[in-house]
Write a protein that binds this ligand. Structure first.
Ligand code: SF4
Length: 339
């Protein structure tokens, strides 16, 4: 059993449920999966999630689950620091807030006051907002932002629901991005032309040192190969690139490892680590020992990054490594010029 599977097997021992969704079929279905959980009914998820003085680090080790209803705008325009892969109408949605994994460089720890996981059970309202956009134009939608949906699939079934939704809407393209080793879902799906599965990859030393509870690099590459063999649209994301000792050798070997056996990759993204000023301040407070977040970054327009020169060099290097295996027009980059 890999780390991620072990994590899936661990139940949420405390589950908070908003009164407004306590009888929703999705809530009841999820609660059935955790018969021994302590269930606490609450007025609003923010009463728990936004409490002051929470211990984010402790919560990440044993997060509570919060079942809630999301209101207002549920689908957002993609941010400039994110990769649009050439799509004109780029959006993202967050049906889950927070992640079972614990990457030391994750922006979520700067963004959220809590390490607990909020799951919005009213997914059909997000579907309705996507349909409204589709009436205006095609939509490229990232559904695994602010979480890792594949890691939670055994609890939520949301990737499957997005798959069914996309299957009936050819002008919608969905991306599901993951560091999970969960492959069970693929055995029940047929490839869809408008659903992209993206694996984020880092050299193994970074996975082991900084990406706690995620699947090993070997497991991710194995899944990429298997998904590609089955005909799924596969994306490789070497993003964020992290500047570590022996960077050049590690990233060259990473790319070689991906392609050492035949694999069909739809495209790849390459981007340097970057995070907003506000998030970084909190990340540094939470991780006083983490060399990665305490790097002497450059700040520009509210974003911490490695500086344009180093960023360009790192991205160009990884791109060159990839060009040995896939054509340049399939490699999308983020090297700081976008700030
Ligand atoms: S997998 Fe992604 S969302 Fe989850 S902790 Fe790591 S960086 Fe954050």
């Amino acid at each position: 059993m890999n780390q991620a599977e072990g994590l899936h097997a661990r139940p949420f021992s405390n589950i908070y449920v908003e009164e407004v969704v306590k009888d929703a079929s999705e809530t009841l279905r999820i609660l059935e999966k955790f018969p021994r959980a302590h269930v606490i009914y609450i007025g609003h998820y923010k009463d728990v999630f936004n409490r002051k003085h929470q211990n984010f680090t402790a919560q990440k080790q044993a997060p509570a689950l919060i079942l809630a209803k999301k209101e207002g705008t549920l689908v957002y325009k993609g941010a400039p620091v994110c990769q649009s892969f050439g799509h004109e109408h780029f959006y993202y949605t967050s049906c889950v807030m927070n992640c079972l994994f614990d990457c030391e460089y994750c922006y979520l720890q700067g963004m959220y006051p809590s390490g607990n996981v909020v799951l919005f059970v009213n997914l059909e309202e997000t579907f309705a907002q996507v349909d409204a956009l589709l009436e205006q134009h095609p939509v490229y939608l990232c559904v695994s932002y602010d979480t890792d949906l594949m890691a939670l699939e055994t609890v939520t079934g949301f990737v499957r629901r997005w798959y069914d939704f996309a299957a009936a809407r050819p002008s919608l393209t969905i991306e599901v991005r993951t560091k999970s080793g969960n492959f069970a879902l693929f055995e029940h799906l047929k490839p869809l032309g408008n659903m992209v599965f993206a694996w984020t990859l880092s050299p193994d030393v970074i996975v082991q040192r900084y990406e706690h509870h995620t699947a090993s690099l070997d497991a991710r590459i194995r899944n990429i190969r298997q998904a590609s063999k089955l005909g799924f649209k596969v994306r490789v994301c070497i993003d964020p690139i992290i500047y570590v000792p022996d960077f050049w050798r590690l990233y060259k070997e990473l790319v070689q490892q991906v392609f050492e056996e035949p694999v069909t990759i739809m495209d790849a993204s390459v981007g340097v680590f970057r995070v907003s000023n506000d998030y970084m301040k909190r990340m540094r407070r939470l991780r006083p020992e983490c060399a990665l977040v305490h790097f002497p970054f450059v700040t520009e327009n509210g974003v911490y990054h490695y500086g344009r020169e180093l960023s360009r060099k790192m991205v160009a290097f990884v791109k060159d490594c990839l060009r040995e295996y896939i054509s340049e027009d399939k490699i999308f980059i983020w090297d700081g010029d976008e700030i």
